[in-house]
Design a protein around this ligand. Structure first.
Ligand code: SF4
Ligand code: SF4
Length: 166
């Protein structure tokens, strides 16, 4: 039983990193990314938020350590290959607030709400305790801005459909 739990935790860890194993690709891209990308780095250089970086094999990846993606489309404009398609949903993952969230632990913190320009995280007043966050997964774009700003690293980007499919 303990081994099963460990395996589940490991799978969840990789999902929390973006779903495609530990690799997270730029917005509006698909599973055929490495077949179409020529590794010219034009998107990385164009990104004003500096969330794109050289990943494994020189292929661009996205990381929300310092900032979120503003969905500005500069990467799309810069790319000369048929890699991006803005008719797609930008990201397959959505934010998830984990148990180590300070507000869930009754500490006053609303950094994620302040970071979210999509208004996907709200805090309603509660009597006798710190307000807790509510995430609207329909409004969430997976932009990662909340993850970048959370002081306790309590937000992950998770592909829930995969979690439910197993
Ligand atoms: S949409 Fe803009 S902010 Fe997002 S990865 Fe592309 S260039 Fe960067
Ligand atoms: S990932 Fe979702 S909840 Fe977080 S800032 Fe972006 S849109 Fe808002």
């Amino acid at each position: 039983m303990a081994k099963t739990n460990n395996n589940n935790r490991r799978r969840q860890f990789f999902r929390s990193l973006g779903g495609h194993g530990p690799i997270r690709r730029p917005p509006w891209t698909d599973d055929d990314f490495t077949e179409r990308c020529v590794r010219c780095a034009a998107c990385i250089e164009a990104c004003p938020e500096q969330v794109l970086f050289h990943g494994g094999g020189g292929y661009p990846e996205i990381r929300f350590d310092e900032e979120g993606c503003s969905l500005c489309g500069a990467c799309v404009e810069a790319c000369g290959e048929p890699v991006f398609d803005t008719r797609r949903v930008a990201f397959p993952w959505r934010a998830r607030i984990e148990a180590n969230c300070l507000a869930l632990g009754n500490v006053h913190c609303q950094s994620c709400q302040d970071a979210c320009e999509w208004r996907a995280i709200t805090f309603a007043p509660e009597i006798g305790r710190a307000p807790r966050p509510r995430l609207d997964t329909e409004a969430c774009t997976g932009c990662g801005a909340c993850q970048a700003q959370c002081p306790n690293h309590a937000i992950t980007m998770t592909i829930e459909e995969m979690a439910h499919a197993e």
